[in-house]
Design a protein around this ligand. Structure first.
Ligand code: ATP
Ligand code: MG
Length: 282
């Protein structure tokens, strides 16, 4: 499958601060790629380089087979969308009017505005002035705006960081549908559940380096500790190896009717991140 993003030995230095040290990864067409890392690990910096808003110190970042710096030209601007928090919305205009300006700019039929508003659950509020919106609502307007021109590639910098669980879920469904229709999605997040739920490929960024890159499913399989957890009725929880040697002990608990619940333990992506990087994802 064709690579839509190719990053090799990417380095970014701000004065004395090394934001990216040696970052390499590829994103294939059609993927939803999660770029995960704690605060300050270089996620936004990577998106800025990939969308031509910032130049790297060294290394290559190619998008659509071109150096990413070219993305910031009219020829390529239509092919991708980017949602970061530097919004560029007109605060004195309504949600609808903001989207209309953008639709006119990109020659998009107005019908798509309604579809975009529905996708982010904001149809009812379309007449509200942007100055009156919460952070989460602004995040949703930005997403709707990006969807208007149906980009092939979408960059989302923490798309649900300001959203409540219901709206996050709504956006996740929307992103899955968009991906199903063929849009490649590159998103950053520190929300491991989000990544697990919508990404088919994740990269763990830590201290300016990609420490792990794989499918969430594979990672969970690889890092699964073969353990059985037994919750007893008295509230205690036991962990036993998933081996024949545990059978007798488990049977004892069962025959004495002490067991509330038994299950095999599966690590979350968050557990794996901590194990691989030695850092919490905050
Ligand atoms: N314009 C800049 N000038 C100087 N340092 C910068 C600049 N932009 C980012 N940095 C530094 O580079 C590092 C990476 O920042 P970046 O914003 O990419 O992190 P992030 O992973 O997006 O974090 P967060 O999850 O908090 O958004 C940080 O140490 C930050 O202070
Ligand atoms: Mg950031």
């Amino acid at each position: 499958m064709e690579n839509i993003i190719e990053v090799t030995s990417l380095e970014k230095v701000f004065g004395k601060k090394q934001a990216l040290q040696d970052v390499s990864f590829q994103v294939k067409k059609g993927e939803t790629f999660g770029f995960l890392g704690p605060s300050g690990s270089g996620k936004t910096t990577t998106i800025k380089i990939l969308t031509g808003q910032m130049k790297q110190t060294s290394g290559t970042a190619n998008v659509f087979g071109m150096p990413a710096a070219k993305l910031n030209t009219p020829e390529y601007r239509k092919r991708f969308g980017v949602v970061t928090d530097n919004s560029g919305l007109y605060t004195r205009l309504s949600i609808y009017d903001n989207l209309k300006l953008y639709a006119d700019l990109y020659d998009v039929p107005l019908q798509r505005i309604t579809e975009g508003l529905e996708a982010v659950n904001l149809k009812e509020e379309q007449k509200t002035l942007v100055s009156k919106l919460s952070k989460g609502m602004i995040q949703r307007v930005l997403l709707a705006r990006t969807l208007l021109h149906q980009p092939e590639l979408l960059f989302l910098d923490e798309p649900t960081s300001a959203l409540d669980p219901a709206n996050s879920k709504h956006i996740h469904r929307g992103l899955k549908e968009l991906n199903r229709q063929g849009t490649t999605i590159f998103l950053t997040t520190h929300n491991m559940e989000e990544a697990d739920h919508i990404c088919n490929q994740v990269a763990f960024l830590n201290k300016g380096v990609v420490q792990l890159l794989d499918e969430p499913k594979q990672l969970k399989k690889q890092y699964r500790e073969d353990l059985i957890e037994i919750e007893l009725k008295d509230g205690t929880t036991l962990e036993l190896p998933l081996k024949a040697s545990s059978a007798e002990e488990i049977q004892q608990y069962i025959s004495r009717e002490m067991v509330e619940r038994i299950y095999t333990k599966e690590p979350t992506l968050g557990d794996i991140f901590v194990e691989v990087t030695g850092r919490e994802l905050v």
